[in-house]
Ligand binder design. Sequence first.
Ligand SMILES: Cc1cc2nc3c(=O)[nH]c(=O)nc-3n(C[C@H](O)[C@H](O)[C@H](O)COP(=O)(O)OP(=O)(O)OC[C@H]3O[C@@H](n4cnc5c(N)ncnc54)[C@H](O)[C@@H]3O)c2cc1C
Length: 152
Amino acid sequence: MGRSTTLSDSEEGASFDFIVIGGGTNGLTAASYLSKQGQRVLLVERQNYLGGGAITQDLTLQGFHHDVFATSINSWRTGPVQQDLELEKYGYHDVDPDPVAATPFKSGKTLAIYRDLNKTSNHLVSNAFLQRGFIGTTHSSTLAQCTTISRT
Ligand SMILES: Cc1cc2nc3c(=O)[nH]c(=O)nc-3n(C[C@H](O)[C@H](O)[C@H](O)COP(=O)(O)OP(=O)(O)OC[C@H]3O[C@@H](n4cnc5c(N)ncnc54)[C@H](O)[C@@H]3O)c2cc1C
């Protein structure tokens, strides 16, 4: 794995047990499991990079890094792939940013969601996204529940 070039002369005419089309997370995962089972696998990717939608790219402005299509990694964390394929050995690690998400506006304001509920509430109020009174007991407790659920 790891190469996304054309076949070399020595590989042309070689036979494979499986050909996987697409080097996104699903193709890479399938090909890796097959390879671990001793199968001879050819993975074909049309781009000059691997990862499909689960990569980081400068989607808006140069130097501003965005995840293309892999925002929430909670279910990924509970799955067996990282351990099965020993991804950390190959440089994989989780990133837990704070703020978790942020949206800049042309007006210069930024809407940010932090790990800490109070910090998020204060930010939303001080940037006039919410009025202070809006985050009453009900909303605070609902938000707190959401935060608790997302942490379990
Ligand atoms: C950690 C993680 C977090 C995620 N978080 C989210 C999330 O928050 N929200 C969400 O909706 N999804 C999320 N996902 C899902 C994920 O981003 C997409 O579902 C995933 O990209 C789909 O993977 P895929 O391999 O099926 O397809 P893709 O990622 O689309 O990859 C397909 C690949 O096939 C290649 N290809 C296509 N046609 C050909 C061809 N004819 N020949 C050669 N190559 C070809 C493409 O270039 C591409 O590289 C997450 C996934 C992960 C792993």
